[in-house]
Design a binder for this molecule. Structure first.
Ligand SMILES: Nc1ncnc2c1ncn2[C@@H]1O[C@H](COP(=O)(O)OP(=O)(O)OP(=O)(O)O)[C@@H](O)[C@H]1O
Ligand SMILES: [Mg+2]
Length: 452
C-alpha cells in the first residue's frame, strides 16, 4: 500500500481531527463531512453528501459570496471569516470559518475545504462585556470616563449646576441626558437650548420668553425655555458663545433663581436644574475677559471633562460594536462584523470629530456594505488613503522641505504683518537667515512691503 495515495487512509486520518470541516468538489457538492461538523450542525454525513454546501449551511453569506467557491476560483483562502450558519433545526450558530483549496498531484484545483469554529461563547462574552461597559447609553471602558460614571448618580441627585467640557462629538449631550435621567427630576422636562445657534436677542427671548407687545411681532405671550423646563432640567449647550448681557441674566437665575421675560415687569421664579456644556476652554474665555468671572465660578461647581476619542482608543472596538448593533436594528440591514484590516484602520485613525465621527463612519459603511463584513473598501477614503499621499508621491525630500519652508514663512509673514524681527523670532532663526531663505524661496518682498 502506498500510504500517501491511499484515499481511505488519508480520510481516516483527517476524520479523526477534532475541528469541524467539510470538503466540496469543484461543483461545490459536499464529498466529505466530518463527525465534529455533524455534531455542530445536527446533519449526518449521509444526509448531506452530494448536496451543494449552501443548501446545508444556509448562511446569509452563502447566497452571494460562497467563501469556499471564491477560494477555489481565486486560490485565496478566507481566514477566520465570521458568519452565522443554521443548524438542521434552524437554530443559528455564529461561527468563524477558514477555507483552503485541495489540489491534485499536478496542482490542479479539485476541491475546497471549509473548517468551522463555534463562536457562540465568544459572542455572548462580547455582548456581556459591552453590556457591562454601558451605562445609560454611555459606552466606555476608559478609566477617566469610568471615574465620571462612578460619580454620576451622586452628581445627578445633588441638584448642583454641572459644566460638561469636551471636544465636539465626545458625548457631552449624552452625559447631560444621563444626568437628567438619573435625577429625581427625570419625569419632568429636559429642555435643550443650543446657545451658539441663535443671535443674542432671539436667544434672550428663547430662554426667558416675552410678554405681548414686548416688540413689534410679539402678538401674544410666549413662554421661555426656563418656564418650559420648570421642575426639570435645562441643558445650555455651547455656553461659551453667550453674550455679556445674557451672562448677567443667567447669573441672576443661578444666584437668585429668578428672571424676567422680555417686556415684563413681573419677576418669575425658576425651579430648574442647570447643566451647561462647551467645547471651548471656558477658563481661557474667562481669563481673556470674554466670560464673566463670577458666572464662570458659579458654573464650575462640578465639571465633567470628557476626554477625546484619540485618548481612549480602548473604547473604539466597543463603540464600533455598539453602533453596528444599533444600525442592525435599522433599515440598513444586517452586518455581521468587521474584518481585521478594517478594524486596524479604525484603530489608527485620529478622530478629530470624536465619537460622532466614528458613528458616521460606521453608518457610511452600512450604506455601502453589501456583504456581511465591513471591509476597508467600505470606509471613507481619508482612512484608507495610503502613504505616500498624492501630494508627496514622486517628489524629492529636498523639494518637499523647500515647499514646506516657503509655505511656513509666507504664513508667518501674513500673521505678523511683515515684521521681520518678530517672524525671525517666531521661527527661531536669525534675521539674516530669514532674508536668505526668503530670497532662496523666491518669496516676494511685496508681501513684506505690502503689509509692513
Ligand atoms: N460613550 C458613548 N457611547 C455611545 N455613544 C456615544 C458615546 N459618546 C458619544 N456617543 C454618540 O456620539 C454622538 C455625538 O455625541 P454628543 O452629541 O453627545 O456629543 P457632543 O459632545 O454633545 O457634541 P457637540 O460638541 O458637537 O455638541 C451621539 O450620537 C452620541 O449618542
Ligand atoms: Mg452637543
Amino acid at each position: 500500500m502506498s500510504p500517501v495515495s491511499d484515499k481511505e487512509t488519508i480520510y481516516s486520518i483527517i476524520r479523526g481531527l477534532a475541528l469541524p470541516f467539510f470538503v466540496v468538489d469543484h461543483d461545490n457538492k459536499i464529498i466529505f463531512f466530518n463527525e465534529p461538523l455533524e455534531e455542530l450542525t445536527g446533519y449526518s454525513e449521509q444526509e448531506v453528501l452530494g448536496k451543494p454546501c449552501h443548501e446545508i449551511l444556509r448562511s446569509d453569506i452563502c447566497k452571494d459570496h460562497c467563501p469556499v467557491k471564491e477560494t477555489m476560483a481565486t486560490g485565496r483562502d478566507a481566514v477566520n471569516l465570521e458568519m452565522t450558519i443554521q443548524r438542521k433545526n434552524n437554530l443559528p450558530i455564529p461561527v468563524r470559518i477558514t477555507t483552503s483549496v485541495i489540489r491534485d498531484k499536478e496542482g490542479k484545483v479539485i476541491g475546497g475545504l471549509e473548517s468551522f469554529r463555534d463562536i457562540s461563547f465568544l459572542k455572548s462574552l462580547r455582548k456581556e462585556i459591552r453590556e457591562k461597559c454601558t451605562y445609560h447609553k454611555i459606552v466606555s471602558r476608559n478609566k477617566k470616563i469610568l471615574e465620571i460614571l462612578d460619580d454620576l448618580t451622586d452628581i445627578a441627585t445633588s441638584n448642583a449646576t454641572v459644566l460638561i467640557q469636551g471636544e465636539s462629538g465626545t458625548g457631552k449631550e449624552l452625559f447631560a441626558n444621563a444626568l437628567h435621567e438619573l435625577s429625581p427630576r427625570k419625569d419632568k422636562p429636559f429642555i435643550k437650548v443650543n446657545c451658539g445657534a441663535l443671535p443674542e436677542t432671539l436667544l434672550e427671548s428663547e430662554l426667558f420668553g416675552y410678554k405681548r407687545g414686548a416688540f413689534t411681532d410679539a402678538k401674544k405671550d410666549k413662554p421661555g425655555r426656563f418656564q418650559l423646563a420648570e421642575g426639570g432640567t435645562i441643558f445650555l449647550d455651547e455656553i461659551g458663545e453667550i453674550s455679556k448681557n445674557i451672562q448677567v441674566k443667567l447669573l441672576r437665575v443661578l444666584e437668585k433663581k429668578e428672571y424676567e421675560p422680555l417686556g415684563s415687569v413681573q419677576t418669575e421664579k425658576a425651579n430648574v436644574r442647570i447643566i451647561v456644556a462647551t467645547n471651548r476652554n471656558l477658563r481661557a474665555l474667562e481669563q481673556s475677559g470674554d466670560f464673566r468671572e463670577d458666572l464662570y465660578y458659579r458654573l464650575n461647581v462640578i465639571t465633567l471633562n470628557i476626554p477625546p476619542l484619540r485618548e481612549r482608543k480602548e473604547d473604539i472596538p466597543l463603540l464600533i460594536e455598539h453602533f453596528m448593533e444599533s444600525f442592525n436594528q435599522t433599515v440598513y440591514g444586517k452586518i455581521n462584523g468587521i474584518t481585521t484590516q478594517a478594524m486596524k484602520l479604525l484603530l489608527n485613525h485620529g478622530y478629530p470629530g470624536n465619537v460622532r465621527e466614528l458613528e458616521n463612519i460606521i453608518e457610511h459603511a452600512f450604506i455601502l456594505c453589501r456583504e456581511n463584513y465591513i471591509a476597508p473598501k467600505h470606509l471613507p477614503d481619508c482612512l484608507t488613503d495610503r502613504f505616500p499621499s498624492p501630494a508627496v508621491k514622486g517628489k524629492k525630500l529636498e523639494e518637499l522641505v523647500d515647499n514646506f519652508e516657503k509655505q511656513l514663512i509666507e504664513e508667518t509673514l501674513k500673521q505678523y504683518g511683515g515684521n521681520i524681527e518678530r517672524i525671525a523670532e517666531e521661527l527661531g532663526v536669525h534675521r539674516s537667515t530669514l532674508w536668505r531663505k526668503m530670497k532662496k524661496n523666491n518669496i516676494k518682498h511685496s508681501i513684506v512691503e505690502g503689509l509692513g
